[in-house]
Design a protein around this ligand. Structure first.
Ligand SMILES: NC(=O)c1ccc[n+]([C@@H]2O[C@H](COP(=O)([O-])OP(=O)(O)OC[C@H]3O[C@@H](n4cnc5c(N)ncnc54)[C@H](O)[C@@H]3O)[C@@H](O)[C@H]2O)c1
Length: 422
């Protein structure tokens, strides 16, 4: 019989419980059993405690008490960016295996500290680089490995953030300040940096990056705009209007994820959403927040094997989704998350196209093109059967070193910066 892994989750938010906890509970009940929860918000402990059958005495609101002893086989860390380092080191010292969300840290010293802690205590650590597990991204990997496009020359990656996602997460929301979370290149693009060096098949040597916060600043507010959207004369015309984003969307889709995040009331009502918009950051004018992260950034990189890469992170896009283009001596591979296909275009030959559905990405609402699901599925094998450790700590540190160098380059006006080796 299969060993059922016990799981403790700290950070019972969208990722910790909404994605990983839910998938473990709903899709892999034989493999995992959540036995302890920790969050500073009581309503989340109650909501997920009941959903997963975690007894009240195993629900903790203070991390000190939660970390007094090891409470399960696996620790899932779904707290905010700045907590990951501290909690991973603590969890390792208690003897846990760990799944921790990205980004791990924005500091080289802490990257080193994580590797040292793992060496000292010996637990396994996996990072939430879910796209490494997504079927479409794996298809690209398989095509590259087959050599069908000849020698890989360059990778051109576009991360379309989507204007509404920018306003929600990076102007009003949790990731709006790099000093409180991580710079955009790590917060939003650490998946891309991870994939680029993985696909290049080589470590990154040098990066150069430019980018700015160009638009979401007070001087760009429309004339007469007020500090909060619900009072504003532009409430029905501004593309970044909180009413449009959280109320109008919710009226069309009663489980609209952004609105669910903004307003904890269940059941949701329009009055409860309006109240949240009157009181929280999410109701603030997108031009009058205390945000400082960039709204676009372009990074170019050279890998040790001579492959070159470019990554554009762009807030000003009408849809979300990544578009990756792999250029080889014999053809191209295109992966388009928004249009949901992977295409092989060989020079002077017929093209071949695979839709995401036929690759097994599942329903578009399933996170990260099936990456969330497949990570949780394979995590069990990685923990119990020595499955391939795709997003191990060692593999994942590399993208962080690239992101740290890219941010240094951007701050220095685009100078080329060497990626440090630890
Ligand atoms: N892998 C991905 O693709 C992906 C996608 C989105 C977010 N993320 C990352 O996942 C992490 C969580 O994001 P989220 O959207 O779930 O955020 P969230 O705000 O929904 O969840 C974070 C939770 O941590 C709790 N928390 C804060 N401090 C705590 C403490 N000291 N002890 C216990 N709980 C505490 C909060 O109350 C909250 O419930 C972030 O680091 C984010 O960057 C990863």
């Amino acid at each position: 019989m299969k060993k059922q892994l016990t799981v403790a989750i700290i950070g019972c938010g969208d990722r910790g419980c909404g994605v990983y906890g839910r998938l473990m509970h709903d899709s892999f009940p034989e493999e995992y059993k959540t036995v302890a929860l920790c969050d500073v918000q009581d309503f989340k402990l109650a909501r997920y405690g009941e959903a997963f059958g975690v007894p009240e005495e195993s629900r903790f609101s203070d991390e000190k008490v939660f970390f007094e002893k090891k409470r399960a086989d696996l620790l899932v860390i779904g707290t905010q960016d700045r907590d990951h380092y501290r909690m991973t080191v603590k969890g390792l010292s208690l003897g846990y295996d760990i799944l921790v969300e990205k980004p791990l840290t924005a500091s080289r010293k802490e990257c080193k500290g994580l590797l040292a802690a793992q060496k000292k205590y010996g637990g396994k650590v996996f990072v939430g680089h879910v796209l490494r597990y997504a079927p479409a991204f794996r298809k690209a990997e398989e095509l590259l490995a087959s050599g069908v496009i000849g020698k890989l020359i360059a990778i051109d990656a576009l991360e379309q953030v989507w204007f509404a996602h920018m306003a929600h997460s990076f102007v009003r929301g949790n990731w709006r300040r790099s000093d409180e979370t991580a710079p955009m290149i790590l917060a939003k693009c650490c998946h891309d940096l991870d994939l680029l060096q993985y696909y290049a098949g080589s470590k990154c040597k040098l990066v150069s990056s430019v980018g700015e916060l160009s638009w979401f600043k007070p001087e760009n507010a429309p004339a007469g705009a007020t500090d909060r959207c619900l009072d504003c004369p532009h409430v029905d015309t501004c593309p970044y209007s909180a009413k449009w984003l959280y109320i109008d969307h919710w009226k069309r889709n009663p489980v609209y994820p952004f609105t669910m995040t903004v307003c904890p009331a269940r059941p949701l009502t329009e009055e409860a959403i309006r109240e949240a918009l009157r009181e929280t950051n999410y109701g603030r004018c997108a031009y009058a927040c205390d945000n400082n992260v960039v709204d676009h950034q372009m990074t170019v990189m050279t890998f040790e094997n001579g492959v070159t890469g470019s990554l554009t992170m762009m807030a000003f896009t009408e849809t979300g989704g990544r578009i990756y283009k792999f250029h080889g001596s014999l053809g191209e591979i295109i992966l388009d998350e928004e249009k949901r296909y992977v295409e092989l275009k060989l020079f002077s030959k017929e093209n071949t196209k695979w839709e995401f559905d036929e690759l097994g990405a599942g329903d578009p609402s399933v996170g990260h093109g099936g990456g969330d699901y497949h990570l949780v599925k394979e995590l069990y094998e990685m923990l119990t059967e020595n499955g391939e450790e795709r997003s191990s700590l060692k593999n994942s540190i590399e993208s962080h070193l690239m992101g740290i160098a890219a941010e240094e380059s951007r701050r220095a006006g685009g100078n080329a910066v060497k990626v440090h080796r630890l």
